[in-house]
Design a protein around this ligand. Structure first.
Ligand code: PMP
Length: 374
């Protein structure tokens, strides 16, 4: 890509150089099928073992609790459908109104098959509270699924206390950690979750690969049948280079998470101060305590879509609503769920800084906004 100021890291990230180097041998010489019985399978098989171990260590899990998937969408679909199809069916499911479509759509698909579905409300600040779950937890609920951090607002949800409530009522707890992982420290035991979804391309890994953490003993049916891979639970020849890249990227992010968060917080503060100093009026959605580097901002004087394109012409990349929402003209369900009017939602952009952004990028961004808005 030509030099741009890329501020849409919540949509995807550039491949980490450490990940690329780790992947190269498996894209070239070490291409054997890891399930084969001969010696050309040994190196890919060992690479999978090590990647599983590395990822497990990064999130406080055991290696046999990590299952490789084709990304965040697959992990979410598997967690939701796989638990629904294991044991009694249909059973109630609880999720929230601010989830990603890859959670909402499988829940809706199960609702069409007879499962009762509850979507918990969020507060005006974008938080799904313990009270909301206590008040809307039907008898016999099998799964509660609430995301760790929201991808449009950056708001971090009170997962360990929500999980405790779910467990007290005999339900399993799943969290979509796709937006959070790599931007905050993460430990599955501290979160007390049974299932956790992640996607590599959000933290410097390649696209089309992710993992699902499944706590040992959690009843779950396969989503994909047809092979013995992933302990018989996820059929299909493993994408060895991508899995190796994902592990390298996650290790990199996890090792320097403190410095990464400090860098992102610094850029956020510089950006907000710059907006104020330039006299640009804006409204920030969500809480103060969001994921570092992720801001949901309304500029009331301009439509977000127009602003996105004007910034794009100046070489600055941001998002209007969530990128995977498809057409930018549909109002974001997340912004609706926190009570914004259509007009307020239509003037909201998401800025998500990342690893590669600098203070100079932020200053250039402010200057571009000034040139567009004044
Ligand atoms: N969940 C969240 C919160 C996301 O932001 C995304 C990606 N936009 C996904 C799930 C889907 O992940 P993937 O792109 O790997 O399918």
């Amino acid at each position: 890509m030509a030099h741009i100021i890329y501020a849409d890291h919540a949509a995807t990230t550039q491949l980490d150089t450490a990940a690329l180097s780790a992947m190269m041998p498996y894209l070239t010489d070490l291409y054997g099928n890891p399930s084969a019985p001969y010696s050309a399978a040994l190196a890919p098989k060992e690479a999978l073992r090590q990647a599983r171990q590395t990822i497990a260590a990064c999130i406080g899990a055991d290696a046999d609790e990590i299952f490789f998937t084709g990304g965040g969408t697959e992990s979410n679909n598997w967690a939701i459908k796989g638990t629904a199809f294991a044991g009694d069916f249909p059973a109630p499911i609880v999720t929230s109104a601010i989830e990603h479509h890859s959670v909402l759509a499988p829940c809706a698909a199960l609702q069409r098959l007879g499962c009762s579905l509850t979507r918990l409300p969020a507060t005006a600040e974008g938080i799904v509270t313990d009270t909301a779950l206590e008040q809307h937890l039907p008898q016999g609920t099998k799964l509660v699924s609430v995301m760790l951090a929201n991808n449009e607002l950056g708001t971090v949800q009170p997962i360990s206390s929500l999980a405790a409530i779910a467990h007290r009522h005999g339900a399993l707890f799943h969290t979509d950690a796709v937006a959070a992982i790599g931007r905050m420290p993460l430990d599955v035991k501290a979160l007390d979750v049974d299932l956790l979804s992640a996607s590599a391309h959000k933290f410097g890994g390649p696209k089309g690969v992710g993992f699902l953490y499944i706590k040992r003993g959690t009843p779950i049916a396969p989503l994909l049948d047809g092979g013995a891979q992933e302990n018989g639970l996820r059929a299909g020849t493993e994408n060895v280079p991508a899995i190796v890249g994902m592990a390298a990227a996650l290790q990199h992010r996890t090792t320097d998470i403190g410095a990464h968060r400090a860098h992102l917080s610094h850029l956020t503060a510089h950006f907000l101060e710059g907006l104020q100093a330039a006299g640009i009026s804006f409204i920030r959605h969500g809480t103060e305590d969001t994921l570092p580097g992720l801001l949901s901002l309304a500029f009331p004087s301009i439509e977000a879509e127009a602003l996105l394109h004007r910034l794009d012409l100046l070489g600055i990349t941001v998002s209007a609503g969530a990128a995977c929402n498809g057409t930018a003209t549909t109002t974001s369900h997340v912004l609706q769920a926190i009570g914004l009017s259509e007009e307020e939602a239509a003037s909201t952009i998401r800025v998500s800084f990342g690893y590669t952004n600098t203070k100079e990028d932020v200053s250039a961004f402010i200057a571009a906004l000034q040139s567009i808005l004044f």
